[in-house]
Design a protein. Structure first.
Length: 317
């Protein structure tokens, strides 16, 4: 019997539910690379041939995408939080029992107890043309993006910029290889990996940061690289990117004259005052904003492209 016949006989004889038994035999599409990346992050492959993947209940739609990709009709289960668990979140879980799929995953580097010794896939396992989608899947499982603040002083005054931290957690081998690729494809710096001292095994984080004034556009470049071939996305992480990009776009469209330094909240406050008080004198508008030099107000109207009767605007403004 051929390999195909053996697999089909196994499927017909032992499998209660339908599934694409050959799905992981070869990574030859962006969708497969993305699913494998998620399996590397949040999947579980046991020696018995039992495979499962658990996600937060908010990510049910993403798990349904994986189920559809695998052509499975097995139901997705909802797991209640365990009594002694620190998390109160419900989880959704897809389980598969198939020794052939399990062995194919092992050949692709997704082996049992991978948390401790996971290695980045070789070019034979995941071809270069699909590696961005693999990293996307891994990011959707073991990646993070969150808002913080960048504090600085300018002319003896303190200012706070919106700032974002983003990156991955995983084994040293995984993160070092991801870092090399992001350095090559997105011109990211080579950052030091941080050892997670909260666990007893070697587990690291690779983090980057970008403020709203970032001229290198790190957020934009990472977004473009990860999502350029995406068939499906984890909505909550994609939305985090989109909120940041929108904030940056708003900031860039409202840059203050003379390159003054403000927080985005201060920009929005000034912009609103300027727009809503075009009938007041420049002196009165300056008082509302809280600055003494009213002569800069006309520059703000021009730089921020807010029409005010009586001002002369050049063609470039």
């Amino acid at each position: 019997m051929t390999e195909e016949e053996i697999r089909q006989k196994h499927l017909n004889t032992y499998c209660t539910y339908n599934i694409d038994i050959n799905y992981f035999r070869k990574i030859d599409s962006h969708a497969k690379a993305q699913v494998l990346g998620m399996m590397y992050a949040d999947g579980c492959n046991r020696n018995s041939g039992h495979i499962s993947i658990s996600l937060m209940i908010d990510d049910l739609e993403y798990l349904e995408f994986i189920k559809k990709e695998l052509k499975s009709d097995r139901p997705i289960y909802i797991e209640e939080p365990k009594k002694n668990s620190k998390s109160s979140n419900k989880m959704v879980k897809l389980c598969i029992t198939n020794i052939f799929i399990s062995n194919d995953l092992i050949k692709l580097g997704c082996w049992p107890r991978k948390t401790y010794n996971l290695n980045f896939p070789t070019k034979e396992q995941v071809p270069e043309e699909f590696i961005n989608s693999f990293i996307l899947g891994f990011f959707e499982g073991d990646g993070t993006i969150f808002k913080s603040a960048y504090n600085c002083k300018y002319k003896e005054k303190s200012y706070s910029y919106p700032c974002w931290n983003f990156g991955f957690v995983g084994t040293k081998n995984m993160l070092e290889n991801i870092q090399i690729i992001l350095n090559k494809m997105c011109d990211f710096p080579i950052n030091k990996l941080l050892l997670d001292k909260r666990v007893s095994y070697d587990f690291y984080s690779l983090m980057y940061n970008a403020s709203i004034t970032d001229k290198n556009n790190k957020i934009e470049r990472l977004h473009s690289y990860l999502y350029k071939d995406a068939i499906f996305v984890m909505k909550r992480k994609k939305e985090s990117f989109e909120k940041i990009l929108k904030l940056k776009q708003n900031y860039n469209s409202r840059k203050a004259p003379h390159n003054s330094i403000f927080s985005i909240e201060e920009y929005n406050r000034r912009y609103k005052i300027l727009k809503e008080n075009i009938d007041l004198s420049l002196v009165e508008v300056a008082k509302l904003i809280g600055i003494k030099d009213y002569t800069t107000i006309s520059d703000m109207y021009k730089k921020w492209n807010i029409f005010r009767p009586g001002l002369k605007y050049s063609k470039n403004e």
